[in-house]
Design a protein around this ligand. Structure first.
Ligand SMILES: [Zn+2]
Length: 92
C-alpha cells in the first residue's frame, strides 16, 4: 500500500512537470512566456489553462491546456491531493 501511494505521488508530480515544460513553448499576445494556472475550486477542479504572466494586463491571453475533467477524474484527483497532503505531514 505504501509503495502504491508512492507510485501515484510520483505520477502526479511528473504530470505537473510535463505541464510546466509544455507551458514554456507558448507565448501570449504580448510576447511573454505564458504561465499555466490550475483551478482547484470544486466546480473547475483540475482545469489547467495558459494565461499571460502579467496580472491585470490587457493582453487577455487564455488557452485551455486540457478540457474540463469528468466527475471520475475529479474523484481521482481529490484522492491524489489527500495523498500529497499526507506526505507533507510526514515530511514536515
Ligand atoms: Zn500577455
Amino acid at each position: 500500500m505504501e509503495n502504491q501511494q508512492r507510485k501515484v505521488f510520483f505520477f502526479f508530480v511528473s504530470h505537473l512537470l510535463l505541464l510546466l515544460r509544455a507551458s514554456k513553448m507558448v507565448l501570449c499576445f504580448c510576447g511573454n512566456v505564458v504561465v499555466v494556472r490550475t483551478s482547484w475550486t470544486s466546480q473547475n477542479l483540475g482545469c489547467c489553462f495558459y494565461s499571460c504572466p502579467k496580472m491585470g494586463s490587457k493582453c487577455g491571453f487564455l488557452g485551455w491546456l486540457e478540457p474540463p475533467m469528468c466527475q471520475r477524474s475529479i474523484v481521482i484527483i481529490l484522492g491524489l491531493l489527500r495523498t500529497i497532503n499526507s506526505y507533507e505531514v510526514e515530511v514536515g
